[in-house]
Design a protein around this ligand. Structure first.
Ligand code: HGY
Ligand code: MN
Ligand code: MN
Ligand code: MN
Length: 422
């Protein structure tokens, strides 16, 4: 094994080119921004095309590619001691419907670039290095986020995942088979030596505080639920208020209520979003007899999250008081408590960043990540890369500069190098 360098410098142009090429898959002209957005939701044909592109690049880089029962993709760079637990790095390439080019993709293509860089330098580390692309991290198609990594780490079962259905009633397990990515590698993975994920911050903190790189201390709690309201269809012109059971009104009251909860300050740094809301039959002259909405709650404190969930449940139960006959159904979609990351891996990342000349700050992640699942089975932490435009994300305006992306992946590369020689 050649003498190892103390730091690695990746090919930032090659990294950027890969990011921009993957971004063409699932792209669409986004009317709201005038930019090209990306809609590569999991297990769609676009996702399958993105998967094939990344697998091709992994193979070109000499990685041994395997696919597990959840469609998680792994590219293995063998070590001089193959029996040692590998260093795992990665993220996801599935996107929301209004995505930019960086969310998740930076972590997968950045991991690939690390391997390409090791190949260029003729470096083989003691430990194997494995690059992962996790399935359905966003959770926006099948309703549970971090799905692929949660099954791999054992928090959720394969059967639970396979039986999830999308808005069209298509089943996860069937769609995985349809796109040809229902692999036969057992999904429950042996604990790796460590897991490191590089991701854009998706928020304004690094930019506001003047940092390019952040060391992530953990992920805040996440609660997703679907609320279905059953009212009574009635004539818009003839039906007086007291005879109405208006599902649309109840839905609107929930939207206002969650914002009032946030503004009250009673739940710490609660964030609440009603991202999906529909009424039926959706006609101008018919009082809605049904409404569906999702409530996404986030909180860095589990006790505050529990209080917010309980108070929202109490509020939902009172809705029929004002509209007798209204029926309220709730369904849990996703629920994760706050997840702290490993201090040792955080310190390793901070030391590498310092060696590379970057000051860093430590911050909790506002977004969920596959790393929060890996933290259950192996020492885990994340590297954040500064975002531009207030770190906007889940929007085609999402942007990090080539320099910031390269800085993040240089930190990832050297961190992986050092972990893989332990
Ligand atoms: O929703 C999230 O926090 C992440 O984008 N899956
Ligand atoms: Mn992501
Ligand atoms: Mn995302
Ligand atoms: Mn995420």
């Amino acid at each position: 094994m050649t003498d190892l360098p103390s730091t690695l410098t990746v090919d930032s142009g090659r990294l950027w080119d890969s990011l921009m090429e993957l971004a063409t898959i699932g792209s669409y002209p986004d009317e709201a921004t005038g930019l090209m957005g990306i809609n590569r939701q999991s297990l769609t044909d676009a996702d399958a095309a993105g998967r094939r592109l990344v697998i091709g690049w992994m193979s070109d880089a000499g990685l041994e590619v395997t696919i597990d029962e959840m469609g998680n993709i792994f590219g293995r760079h063998e070590g001089t001691e193959p029996n040692l637990a590998p260093v795992l790095a990665g993220s996801h390439i599935d996107t929301v419907a209004t995505a930019g080019a960086f969310d998740g993709c930076l972590g997968v293509l950045g991991g690939l670039e690390v391997v390409r860089c090791l190949n260029d330098a003729g470096i083989t580390t003691r430990r194997p290095i494995v690059i992962a692309a996790w399935t359905e991290e966003e959770g926006v198609r099948f309703g549970t986020d971090m799905l692929g990594s949660a099954v791999a780490a054992g928090r959720l079962t394969l059967d639970y995942a396979y039986d999830l259905v999308d808005e069209q009633g298509l089943r996860f397990g069937d769609e995985l088979a349809r796109i040809g990515f229902r692999g036969d590698q057992p999904v429950r993975m042996d604990p790796p030596h460590a897991y490191v994920e590089c991701h854009i911050e998706q928020g304004p903190v690094l930019a506001q505080e003047g940092y390019d790189i952040g060391v992530v201390t953990g992920v805040q709690a996440i609660s997703w639920q679907k609320v279905t309201l059953h009212g009574r269809a009635a004539h818009a012109g003839t039906t007086p208020t007291e005879l109405r059971v208006d599902a649309g009104l109840a839905a609107a009251q929930i939207v206002v209520k969650v914002r009032e909860m946030v503004d009250s300050g009673a739940y710490g740094r609660l964030r609440a979003t009603v991202g999906h809301i529909t009424t039926s039959p959706g006609l101008p002259s018919v009082v809605p007899n049904r409404a569906e909405l999702t409530v996404d709650l986030r909180n860095p404190d589990d006790a505050h999250m529990a209080a917010a969930e309980a108070d929202l449940a109490t509020f939902l139960a009172t809705l029929p008081d004002a509209q007798p006959g209204l029926r309220v159904e709730t369904k849990r979609m996703a629920k994760t408590n706050r997840v702290p990351f490993d201090e040792g891996i955080q310190d390793a990342i901070a030391a590498v960043a310092a060696d590379l000349g970057h000051d860093t700050m430590r911050l909790m992640s506002g977004a969920g990540h596959d790393a929060q699942e890996m933290a259950a089975i192996t020492p885990t932490a994340m590297i954040f890369v500064r975002g531009e435009y207030d770190g906007i994300s889940h929007n085609p305006r999402e942007y990090s500069t080539p320099e910031a992306c390269a800085a993040g992946i240089n930190v990832l590369a050297t961190t992986i190098l050092r972990l893989a020689t332990q």
